[in-house]
Design a binder for this molecule. Structure first.
Ligand code: CA
Length: 204
């Protein structure tokens, strides 16, 4: 008896039509989160690259980008912060973002190592009833995509928790070894729907 093990989303080319819709296991009403994924891309760094987009009807609630200048940024419905980090590459970086509302402290983690911390929107709560997509930046609810902001490359090992994981747990997420199930998104039981030209790699 074999079970399909779902391995990677492959976005083979620049489009304004291809994306993956993710269904969270919990509503994204959040005062903290840890978001992790492995990302490989060889897109030029003088181009915006959307890495994760969570949008409600009127707002981009939680968006992660690589920016024109190669920095990485995270926006929470308006305000954002950017971080200078190792560039995306063909072999893939394991990236996490942690944020919690009380202090507003936010950090990126690359291959298990934490960036310096910045402060973003203390007291803020991320609102539920939106849609999470990979591959495109929606300027309206599930629409108005721009090809020049699309993601091209591979995304795997996507997990999200409604709290900040400890450094030792993030290290284990990076090593893909013995860590708690993602209570918002868990790569081992991810509920998703692909639209357009997105390939899903499955191992038997
Ligand atoms: Ca856009």
């Amino acid at each position: 008896m074999f079970t399909d093990v779902f391995s990677t989303f492959i976005f083979p080319k620049e489009t304004d039509t291809s994306y993956v819709l993710l269904s969270p296991d919990l509503p994204l009403s959040l005062q903290a989160f840890t978001l992790c994924m492995k990302v490989a891309s060889v897109l030029p760094t003088n181009r915006e690259i959307i890495l994760f987009a969570y949008r409600t009807k009127d707002y981009d609630e939680l968006n992660m980008w690589q920016e024109f200048n190669g920095t990485f940024s995270l926006y929470l419905s308006g305000p954002g912060v950017s971080f200078t980090l190792p560039a995306l590459n063909t072999f893939g970086n394991h990236m996490c973002v942690t944020w919690e509302s009380q202090s507003g402290l936010i950090a990126f983690w690359v291959n298990g190592k934490r960036s310096l911390r910045q402060v973003l929107r203390p007291g803020h709560r991320i609102q539920p009833e939106g849609t999470v997509i990979l591959g495109q930046d929606p300027d309206s609810f599930l629409g108005s995509f721009e090809k020049a902001q699309s993601f091209v490359g591979e995304i795997s090992n996507l997990y999200m928790w409604d709290h900040v994981l400890s450094p030792s747990v993030i290290e284990r997420v990076y090593l893909d070894y013995s860590f708690p199930k993602g209570n918002i998104f868990d790569w081992q039981s991810l509920s998703y729907k692909c639209t357009g030209d997105v390939m899903v790699e499955l191992w038997m």
